[in-house]
Ligand binder design. Structure first.
Ligand code: UDP
Length: 240
């Protein structure tokens, strides 16, 4: 028997909105390409990468159900389907830059992608394939942040990285308050604070119970993801 050094494994979460670029809707392929290159830079360093993408650029359950015509549960299924659309797009962009990718959906969609099976996902990761987890948790009333946290724990990721438009967590909304202070490190309890809201409470509680560190960073800063995984936490915030 021989022992192999354990490789780093991360789960990166992107919001759907990020994919739409300046359009506010749909998918901007130049952003897909940018993300694909960032993810590739991790894989070539031997890091195992799982991805979850939101669906907010297409449909969010709460907004779809706003006027009562569409039921919340149906709106949520529509939202989950949006994440599948985004995942297929991301798969294409990653293949375009030479990566091996599998999409695994929480809801069975045989003709489009694999179904989520944790052991199979593990196997793909071990073979340096990127796994994109689509359709959220497969249940209404949850978010893709919760899905990302859940999948991160299931695959035994070292951390979940929430890639956003801001470079970390602030004590209040940095877009509204000029004197907002960046918090480099915070506890799970603090992360649930109303002014901070790193993720929804369900996600944070799940991360806390399983000691999963949550990193929040700016996705548009080239090279940032790799730096963070290599231990340079200057340009992000960490919840642990
Ligand atoms: N959704 C759901 N269950 C899940 C994950 C997502 O019902 O486990 C639905 C929900 O309606 C949500 C939509 O999918 O609004 C899109 O996901 P999310 O809002 O988290 O996307 P993001 O804001 O990250 O783009």
């Amino acid at each position: 028997l021989y022992t192999m050094q354990k490789r780093k494994r991360v789960l990166v979460k992107f919001s759907g909105e990020a994919l739409s670029g300046n359009n506010g809707f749909g998918i901007d392929t130049s952003i897909l390409k940018f993300i694909a290159d960032e993810i590739k830079s991790l894989v070539v360093q031997g890091i195992e990468v799982g991805i979850v993408i939101g669906g907010g650029n297409i449909i969010r359950g709460v907004s779809a159900a706003k006027d009562g015509i569409i039921k919340r549960t149906s709106g949520d299924y529509m939202g989950m389907l949006s994440t599948v659309i985004n995942s297929i797009a991301m798969q294409e962009a990653l293949e375009h830059v030479g990566m091996e990718v599998r999409v695994q959906s929480a809801i069975k969609m045989e003709a489009i992608c694999e179904t989520f099976i944790v052991r199979r996902a593990q196997r793909h990761l071990e073979k340096s394939r990127i796994v994109i987890f689509a359709a959220g948790t497969g249940n209404p009333f949850f978010t893709t942040d919760t899905a990302a946290t859940l999948r991160a724990i299931e695959i035994g990721a070292d951390m979940i990285i929430k890639a956003t438009k801001v470079d970390g967590v602030y004590d209040r909304d940095p877009n509204k308050f000029l004197d907002a202070q960046k918090l480099h490190e915070l506890t799970y309890e603090r992360a649930m604070d109303d002014n901070i809201k790193v993720m929804d409470d369900t996600s944070i509680a799940l991360a806390k119970d399983n000691n999963l560190p949550i990193v929040v960073c700016n996705m548009f800063e080239k090279g940032n993801l790799l730096k963070i995984i290599e231990g340079n936490l200057e340009n992000c915030s960490i919840v642990r």
